[in-house]
Ligand binder design. Sequence first.
Ligand code: F6R
Length: 242
Amino acid sequence: MKLIAAADYQDMSQKAASIFLKQMEQKKQSVLGLATGGTVKGVYSELVDVFIEGEISFAEAASFNLDEYFGMKKEDPNSYFSYMQEQFFSKTDFALERNHIPDGTAADPMEECSRYDRLIEQAGGVDLQLLGIGENGHIGFNEPGTPFEIGTHLVRLTESTRQANARYFETMAQVPKEAITMGIGTIMKSRKIVLLASGVKKAGAIEQLWYGEVTEDFPASVLKQHPDATIIADKEALSGIR
Ligand code: F6R
């Protein structure tokens, strides 16, 4: 696992965007694994700027998002579908039929999970996966205790994750209780992984990721077993690293 120190949020976002740029230069048909949340917004904004300058095209790329709230329609402003449209897809030249996000309204969530894993496989697997990290070490919505080998699955969100996400909702009752997420096994199949962390709230997680053991109690620790995983963290998130 590699660690890149960034000065601040913008520097972290630019460093991550340049890895995406390089990936797209090497392979126009790249399969990108994408995340939502506050940490990765800056990366999308950087990539949109580079796209507007005409230096990158996503026309031949495909994407797979990590997760979607279960029971949420894609038109809902809080869905990860809406987030991706707003932050990235609608501002670039992606072919929308190649932008994949788990269907949060699927009648049979188990079938939706297997369908999603099959789609990733049929696309040739993820070339570059972007990740954020939860304060409890979650990646995607794989909460502590999730088996490392699991594929895409339906999860019950922990109270701490629901509370961390409550800022986007009017009331706590509106915060979904379940989500469909790529599993740790799915994430680990990606050829390259970049995990971002920003702000002092993530300092404990980054400290544990860097110094701690590999354990299912801290999902992100699995990345130590990946051949090409990089953490990019800003000064505040790195405040626990000596
Ligand atoms: C998002 C995701 C989550 C977030 C994590 C950090 O698709 O899967 O694992 O990356 O919860 O969220 P932020 O960046 O909002 O702190």
